[in-house]
Design a protein around this ligand. Structure first.
Ligand code: PRP
Ligand code: URA
Length: 209
């Protein structure tokens, strides 16, 4: 399995990545570019959602369309994951939102868990989209996937804007069933665990911290 989709070859993805990466981009333009990129990643990741046929009556004729078959959950990894939620809910207003709070310890780079608000997913057929703009060492995303699986989630997709090869390898080693959708696979991690070329600290730049 272990499937990754990178969207950088699309001119608008590349254009918005340029805005996001530029150290001189202010928070307002950073947010706009993050939202645009999130839209591309979300559209790509939702392409294979299961659907069922629904018969409907237009004012003119009886016809049929495919509608979403399963419950959709977006699960942002706080805090930077919030950058992708508004666009996600614009695309699927009927979706649910769960929350996972994690921050990376600056020395060990290990994820520290501080919050969770998730249902028991065994009660309905659900697709869970973890949203987090940055996949660096992979520690945070792996912890988020572990937490979702503890809640019996089975169909999990990971949506990021920028991913490091090291983190992708770790996620696939621990969770080969999870597919990843990302705007860009970057070069590598530096000695401080930052993605290179990357964009710096996504949460700080998005929230203007
Ligand atoms: C960032 C990012 C990921 C994590 C990625 O969050 O949003 O959650 O780092 O790093 P990893 O792959 O090495 O775990 P951060 O810890 O900076 O917290 P924040 O979102 O609150 O800023
Ligand atoms: N988190 C970020 O926000 N940026 C990185 O480069 C790595 C982790």
């Amino acid at each position: 399995m272990s499937q990754i989709t990178e969207l950088k070859s699309h001119p608008l993805v590349s254009h918005n990545l340029a805005i996001l990466r530029n150290k001189d981009t202010d928070s307002q333009h950073f947010r706009e570019a993050a939202h645009s990129l999130s839209r591309f990643v979300l559209i790509s990741a939702t392409e294979s959602l299961r659907t069922v046929e629904q018969v409907i009556e237009t004012p003119l004729k009886r016809t049929q369309e495919q509608i979403l078959a399963d419950d959709i959950w977006f699960v942002p990894v706080l805090r930077a994951g919030l950058a992708m939620v508004d666009v996600a809910l614009e695309l699927i207003p009927s979706a649910h939102v769960g929350f996972i709070g994690l921050y990376r310890d600056e020395d060990s780079l290990l994820p520290q868990h501080y919050y969770k608000n998730l249902p028991d997913f065994s009660k309905q057929t659900s697709t869970c989209f973890i949203v987090d703009p940055m996949l660096a060492t992979g520690g945070s995303c792996i912890a988020a996937i572990d937490l979702l699986k503890e809640q019996h989630a089975t169909d999990i997709k990971l949506l990021t804007l920028i991913s490091a090869p090291e983190g992708i390898k770790e996620v696939f080693a621990k969770h080969p069933d999870v597919s990843i959708f990302t705007a860009s696979i970057d070069e590598h991690l530096n000695e401080s665990g930052y993605i290179v070329p990357g964009l710096g600290d996504a949460g700080d730049r998005y929230f203007g911290t």
